[in-house]
Design a protein. Structure first.
Ligand SMILES: Cc1cc2nc3c(=O)[nH]c(=O)nc-3n(C[C@H](O)[C@H](O)[C@H](O)COP(=O)(O)O)c2cc1C
Length: 384
């Protein structure tokens, strides 16, 4: 019997129609650029960005899991400097009081018993605000560091499903249990204390393939997808098909989120010029080369030509849609995304502090006027 859900302090389930967050402040964000002002994950920067988000009522602060950068042999490249997402989430939890903190786990790199206990601990530190982003891993060189082969694609998700099943049982079981699957064998398993959120912290999943979508719809509360088009009508079709799939196949309601690199300036031209400046003129070409090569070798379905065409897009911050323009333009795009059924969106910036300051000042009030978000009432309650 499943325990009823109780997650009163997690804003992921709050009333705002369009939820917002930041992505990747435990690393360099998602842009591949060599500009001077690019974000670096010093602890000062981590706490400043987290508190800027928290004080403005953002719902999500999401850490990614990456173990090495994309440039073979270059240990000091900015893309390879990444704080551990679990200890990052614990520290951010202590520095904030409202936003959900997301830790990301690579299932092949951490045993489920260790992950379950880390999650319970962060959930307790945060007062019930943890979300667990579960990823199977796709980047061969980083998994090879663990002596763990990159499994065949379907098997990756089978492994991930067993891993998550064990974690969920550890979060809820009142007795010791044994588990024997194709990938894991545990005996007399238990983990105390269990998380504050019941039956456990929500799960995020960002699988892009058919298998990934099935896994997410079955297991996740928050599903990430990359929108295939720039056309709001097509957004609505893609998002509603995703939600309908979760209902039809698994009888579940899921939130659909996406993520977007953002450049906000006073004019459209200034915003586009800056995008060109950091993603083309000052592109970190070696890092982009490494990503193209890695995806061609291990990803699913994308040809090397497609990947090459995506170079600039990827350098700009990856993801599907970019939010580039004036505050009004960005507010309008976000309104359209919400009207298309999107539940939430994560932002990334070249310079998070500058970008978030502009967004909080100019765009957030417009979203509030339009009823997409309520003015944040918790302001001032942020942790010292
Ligand atoms: C918002 C978002 C966050 C992601 N975070 C990570 C991450 O932290 N680490 C990682 O290895 N992959 C991450 N991924 C990649 C996905 O886990 C997944 O490998 C990718 O979307 C390909 O999906 P597929 O395996 O179903 O083909 C992320 C993807 C998205 C869209």
């Amino acid at each position: 019997m499943t325990e009823p859900a109780s997650r009163p302090n997690n804003p992921l389930f709050g009333p705002n129609r369009l939820k917002i967050g930041i992505f990747g402040t435990n690393g360099k964000g998602s842009a591949h650029t060599l500009v001077q002002e690019a974000y670096r994950p010093t602890w000062d920067n981590v706490v400043r960005t987290a508190q800027l988000a928290d004080a403005a009522g953002y719902e999500a602060i999401v850490a990614y899991a990456r173990w090495k950068g994309y440039i073979p042999g270059r240990v000091d490249s900015p893309g390879g400097i990444i704080l551990d997402p679990f200890t990052f989430a614990a520290g951010v939890a202590q520095a904030t009081s409202h936003a959900a903190v997301f830790a990301t786990s690579h299932a092949p790199t951490i045993h489920p018993i260790a992950a379950a206990k880390q999650c319970a601990t962060i959930d307790i530190i945060s007062g019930g605000r943890l979300v667990l982003n579960v990823v199977a891993g796709w980047n061969k060189p980083e998994l090879e560091m663990f002596g763990a082969p990159l499994r065949e694609h379907t098997e990756r998700y089978e492994h991930l499903a067993e891993w998550l099943d064990i974690i969920r049982r550890l979060w809820t079981s009142k007795e010791e249990f044994d588990f024997e699957g194709a990938h894991f064998k545990v005996q007399g398993a238990m983990s105390m204390p269990q998380p504050l959120q019941r039956p456990g912290p929500p799960i995020m999943s960002a699988g892009g393939s058919e298998t990934g979508r099935r896994f997410a719809c079955k297991n996740a509360d928050v599903c990430f997808l990359l929108l295939h088009s720039e056309d709001p009508e097509e957004w609505a079709t893609q998002i509603s098909a995703y939600k309908q799939f979760a209902r039809d196949e698994f009888g579940r309601e899921v939130q659909v989120w996406t993520y977007a690199p953002m450049v906000q300036r006073d004019t459209m031209k200034e915003a586009q010029d800056y995008l060109h400046h950091y993603a083309v003129e000052h592109q970190d070409k070696e890092s982009v080369d490494g990503w193209v090569a890695g995806n061609a070798a291990t990803g699913k379905g994308m040809s090397i030509e497609t990947l090459n065409n995506l170079r600039t897009h990827f350098a700009a911050g990856g993801g599907g849609n970019q939010l580039v323009g004036t505050a009004d333009h960005i507010a309008e795009r976000l309104t359209q995304l919400s009207q298309a059924g999107l539940d939430g969106i994560l932002f990334t910036y070249v310079d998070f502090i500058d970008g978030m300051t502009r967004f909080n000042r100019d765009v957030l009030p417009v979203l509030e006027q339009r009823g997409l978000r309520a003015p944040f009432a918790n302001a001032g309650k942020a942790a010292a």
